[in-house]
Design a protein around this ligand. Structure first.
Ligand SMILES: *[C@@H]1O[C@H](CO)[C@@H](O)[C@H](O)[C@H]1NC(C)=O
Ligand SMILES: *[C@@H]1O[C@H](CO)[C@@H](O)[C@H](O)[C@H]1NC(C)=O
Ligand SMILES: *[C@@H]1O[C@H](CO)[C@@H](O)[C@H](O)[C@H]1NC(C)=O
Length: 593
């Protein structure tokens, strides 16, 4: 007995020694406090003026560095550009680089390239700009990460004076990853070793706003249309694949105009006020669709945790002019029996511990490792029926200590600072932040006229989402960050381009990079050495090697010829300007590739 005890003592002493060496240390922090130049929001004048918007000659490329290495600008050259402002991106920071074409009517010659190196490594990448004509859709950028074996991506800009973004994470020891495309859907399981011991309040999760409104289905007869009522471009299954783990689902039953007792079905809705006598809005995905999309995702990607925050939970007539129909026992039971069709629900969780204080593994390991689909009910309209069904995995929303901040502002230059102000004083780590599960709603709320005129999609893809990758990122550090970054039109980069390969993957990689890099550098959150500064653990080995090209039209070439670099200028013309300001006085072959 004694021998065993002392052996056990020796073993635990040994593990203490290993732990000390493997521990997170403040002096190992690489996150930089260096400021990059302030960025610029897309001005309303550009956004709302079709002519200047369409023919704008100024664009931005934001590069987000979620690695422990500085990203160094090695050189640039540009031809017929008024501005070609690129620079280093310190660790954990982002930089909004600026390009302004000299000629409104661009010629084939208008071009420029910026050459970067991941400092201290042999990894290089290039950003290539090209213009072929006068309108915004004739100006493109190639993110060429073929030198890092991470492929190439050609983007058109989403609008004048708007940006294209590139997120890079990983490290020399861990391997690098970039937002050229999405990877496997189950990103939480992928970085399980990094996040398993962190309480939910120490995670960063992408989220979607009005998640069910990926289409307009006219189950209620009202004036809501795709411009003013649709908030997403891809369905719940694709939102999950694009990284989202927090969903804002507003569910209502739709009732026969002539027979309140006849429920025609449960649908996601987006209305101005679900309890008003006359409400305006429209319906999106049906609850049946949502459920089968969740089940498809969890079947393909077991072991994640995802939260569905449910609101409305009320009935409306098809023509929603006679007030709400509060759910009775029959409707509640019908709703419950639908929800029971969701696989991997997590009934009977310990409700004595607020969910934000449970480690990620508490949820991810459930259902024999298949993970958790958690429903959180906002029960304000549940008057005569229960407000939760713990035995079925439906919990009252206050089982998690939420702070949900919605700016309710139309202008991105007001919304972004307001969101940042609201999360920048959080001090993450230890036990001091027990009650704070913080949702940042990184979205603008245009009034009815503006949204009907320009479309919620345009506000999201030209203004709010691009600003996340410079303004939003600059507001976060290893101490403050929100737990959910909620957006409209997750993944959509070009208007109405919602095919999987036309989506952009910045949000997916922001989510991974925040958890893997930024949060790991907070020793009050993460007791261990950052996964990026120790050698990669084998089970974390990344996705398949891929060094292909995705063109702006969504065409994917998996194995391009090694010489193919869209936008590459093989000749540097007389008049080309380099990063040091020197102008070339003769035409030469481009020495860089
Ligand atoms: C998409 O773009 C690529 C590259 O410009 C081109 O080769 C291809 O034909 C285009 N495909 C379609 C369907 O337009
Ligand atoms: C400026 O940069 C170019 C291209 O890298 C180089 O050839 C040239 O010598 C540099 N000029 C000066 C003055 O440093
Ligand atoms: C380069 O351009 C300048 C200015 O247009 C011109 O004076 C010069 O002759 C050109 N040099 C060559 C080699 O073409």
């Amino acid at each position: 007995m004694r021998v065993f005890q002392s052996l056990a003592l020796v073993a635990s002493f040994a593990s203490l020694l290993v732990n000390a060496q493997d521990a997170c240390k403040a002096q190992d922090r690489t996150f930089s406090t260096e400021q990059t130049p302030a960025g610029k929001y897309q001005p309303s004048s550009i956004f709302m003026n079709p002519t200047s918007g369409l023919t704008s000659s100024k664009f931005y490329i934001s590069v987000v560095n979620l690695t422990p290495h500085r990203i160094k600008l090695e050189n640039t050259h540009s031809y017929q550009m008024d501005t070609f402002d690129f620079g280093d991106i310190p660790q954990g920071r982002s930089r909004q680089n600026t390009v302004k074409y000299r000629n409104r009517i661009a010629t084939q010659d208008d071009a420029g390239e910026a050459y970067y190196r991941i400092d201290g490594t042999d990894k290089k990448f290039a950003l290539r700009l090209q213009g072929t004509g006068p309108t915004v859709d004739q100006r493109s950028v190639t993110l060429d990460l073929s030198g890092m074996n991470l492929g190439q991506r050609v983007y058109k800009f989403p609008g004048g004076e708007s940006s294209v973004s590139l997120v890079i994470t990983g490290s020399a020891k861990y391997g690098f990853y970039a937002s050229i495309r999405h990877d496997r859907g189950g990103w939480m399981r992928w970085i399980y070793n990094t996040i398993r011991d962190r309480p939910i309040r120490h995670l960063f999760l992408p989220g979607t706003h009005d998640s069910g409104m990926s289409k307009i289905t006219n189950k209620i007869t009202s004036i809501g249309n795709s411009f003013n009522t649709q908030n997403q471009g891809i369905n719940i299954y694709d939102q999950l694949r694009a990284g989202s783990r927090w969903f804002d689902l507003r569910i209502g039953s739709v009732h026969d105009n002539n027979n309140a007792g006849r429920n025609l079905g449960f649908h996601t809705l987006h209305v101005n006020d679900e309890t008003a006598d006359l409400c305006i809005g429209n319906s999106g995905e049906s609850l049946d669709e949502v459920i089968s999309e969740i089940n498809l995702f969890t079947r393909e990607n077991p072991g994640e945790v995802m939260f569905f925050s449910l609101r409305y939970l009320i009935g409306r007539y098809e023509f929603p002019d006679r007030g709400p129909i509060y759910w009775n026992t029959q409707l509640w039971n019908d709703f419950l029996s639908k929800i029971r069709g969701v696989n991997n629900r997590c009934p009977d969780l310990d409700t004595s511990v607020p969910f934000q204080n449970q480690p990620a593994s508490y949820f991810m390991d459930r259902n024999d490792g298949k993970g958790c689909v958690i429903f959180l009910l906002n029960g304000q309209n549940l008057r005569d029926v229960p407000k939760e069904a713990v035995g079925d995995g439906l919990y009252a929303l206050n089982r998690i200590g939420l702070k949900d901040h919605w700016s309710n502002m139309q202008n991105v230059d007001a919304m972004a600072p307001n969101q940042i102000d609201n999360f920048k004083n959080l001090k993450r780590g230890g036990n001091g932040d027990f009650n704070q599960f913080h949702i940042a709603q990184w979205l603008v709320s245009p009034d009815a006229i503006a949204s009907t005129t320009y479309g919620l999609q345009a506000f999201a893809i030209q203004q709010a989402n691009p600003a996340l990758y410079w303004a939003g990122v600059s507001g976060m550090s290893p101490e403050p960050w929100p737990n959910v970054m909620m957006v409209d039109y997750i993944g959509v980069q070009q208007k109405d381009q919602t095919g999987w390969h036309t989506l952009s993957a910045e949000m997916y990689w922001l989510g991974i990079g925040m958890n893997l890099y930024v949060i790991s550098e907070n020793c009050d959150v993460n007791k261990w050495k950052s996964p990026l500064i120790k050698a990669r653990e084998l089970e974390l080995a990344g996705g398949k090697e891929w060094n292909g090209i995705i063109f702006a039209n969504g065409t994917v070439v998996d194995q391009p010829s090694p010489e193919l670099h869209p936008g590459h200028t093989s000749i540097l013309r007389n008049g080309t300007i380099f990063a040091n300001g020197t102008m070339l006085e003769t035409t030469i072959p481009n020495p860089w590739i």
